[in-house]
Write a protein of this length. Sequence first.
Length: 436
Amino acid sequence: MFRGHLFDRDEYPGQPRVLFVGLPLSSHTHSWIDLIDGAGLNIRLFALPPDIPPVEWGVKTYLTGLTPPVRLDAGTRHKLYLTNNVMTPLVWLWDQSLSRFSRLNSGFFHKWLVDTSEVFQPNIVPQSLAWVIDRWRPTIVHTLGFEPASYLYHTARKYVRTKDNKPVWVAQVRGGPDFALYRFLPGWFEKIANVLRDCDQFIADNNENYQLAQAMGLQSEKKSSLGVVPGTGGIDVAGLSKCWDGLPSRRERVILWPKAYEAPSSKALPVLEALKLIWNKIKPCRVQMLWVVQSEIQMWLETLPKEIRESCEVYDRMSRDFVLSLMAKARVMLAPSLTDGVPNTMLEAMASGAFPIVSPLNTITPIVEDEKNVLFARNLYPSELAKAMERAMNDDTLIDSAAERNLELVRRIGDRQAIRMRVINYYKALASKIAG
């Protein structure tokens, strides 16, 4: 039964509408959108398939997965297409004869077409996004990341039927492979350049990405007035700093490893090798491995000596709040990477009192200093990782003195409350330009 009238009601009638396009399970998505909660803006998320956000997350969300749950809160969730028993997608149709969407029961209603090929059609997602834009008419469309959100919206724009409907497009780039790696793949440089050409505003979490974007064709006036801003919208420094007291050196001997997976931006296997190299010099020690979702990592973990295996706590997917609770108890936060922006895990560790081990990337070295705020170790060099772990696990003076400096630094560059007002004013200023 269609109950879209509950979903369609704006919380702030007449105020700007911001449509986010992003991954519905991403903590970055939730954190950025929650940043402007209660700011007098009408907010919705177009959820990239196939996932759906947690039930308790109350932001209005358009769902695009083929098999969303049957029972949904009609006030906060709206399915854009459905499936029948043989998994055939139902696709909305534009009513060509009326040049508008059909009306039913005083509300807009989808007209569906059964795809008898029983194959997921690649254009169904951008067409659904276009339908949302035609129907809700957002003031601003904010794509969270280039891959896949910005590329999807770039495609969806050609399906938008209302020609005078031109929301301001804010394209936000992730600090990792969005720019640093994808541009080297055949055809991807052009995809990136197309987004930079057609977007109205561009946001990055580090200066290097701003510089790279301009080198790839971004006009200087499209650079966001927010400047460098964390992809999460900042860190709750006051809240996290209250979760710990006393010296970090008095904590349990725990290494928190948030990125225990293989990806283009970071590699896990060199860390496992480093643990073997240095174990006898850092034990007793517990290693908390997060996001262990790949069988490859699970297999190689089983090749470690029994003592190391039994000291590893393995987690797969978990909430951001749970990760932060671990961060506040850890002595060391280990996050080597091959490419990154300004890592949110590093900022969270600084606010939580955990000592960061990160890689000396061009996006990180302007922010922190080796042996003052962090220890640097390159991701592909087990000997460097081992040396950094040995120092961090055994040098109490280093981590205690760094904790005080890091708390001051993260307050200055990543405090969420200060960033919140800047972001709210930013959206309102964009909306006022349209109204003007």
